[in-house]
Design a protein around this ligand. Sequence first.
Ligand SMILES: [Zn+2]
Length: 247
Amino acid sequence: MSADEHIPDELKNLLESNRRWAAETEQRQPGFFTRLAKQQTPRYMWIGCADSRVPANELVGLMPGEMFVHRNVANVVVHSDLNALSTIQFAVEHLKVEHIIVVGHYGCAGVRAAMRGLRVGLADNWLRHVQDVRLRHRKRLEHLSPEQQEDVLCEMNVIEQVGNVALSTVIQDAWARGQKVAVHGWVYGVGDGHLKNLDVTMDRPDTVVEVFANALKRYPRASSLPASPADEIADDADTQFGPGALS
Ligand SMILES: [Zn+2]
């Protein structure tokens, strides 16, 4: 008796589909799995949202073994997240990936919850990081329509996370020893299947602040908002990105 008999039909279908895929892959590329079993040598790392509509390899036509992937709610990278940092460290120091791509997507439920202040549960604490992005850049957001704000916050969240990856000890150490690794920011349209480059590539420590500031400048600020303590936070965020050691 097969172990598969004890699982629901819908999961049996997944296992059957997997066997077909493995057979077809092996037929197209004989020895594919035997080669991969020996080692992985991906050139790319993808840091994306856990959303089911944004499957990393599939969107860019890459096969198993070609991209190292880390996904979480709203593609956030924070400096206290040992999961993300360990994954980035393994990718950079052991696999020697050359490109780390932070990929957000429009229509992100995590970004929407952060934007509208919706309570979703435990994830509220995680999404606080996205709310912080919103607060820091509120002067570039609040004059837009709610839909535009959401799209722009998806993009700004990517820009911030690219900065967080670039400022991590892993990337700083890699650059300090001369390793070639670049951090990029893209956003994906779940409605059209297209990836957009946000032109926020960081590939050396001395240009991180400039790249960040230039990326943000593309989102005009409203000049008519009255001054408030939150505006000061927003002003500071635009001019004081990153630790002083990098400037
Ligand atoms: Zn999402």
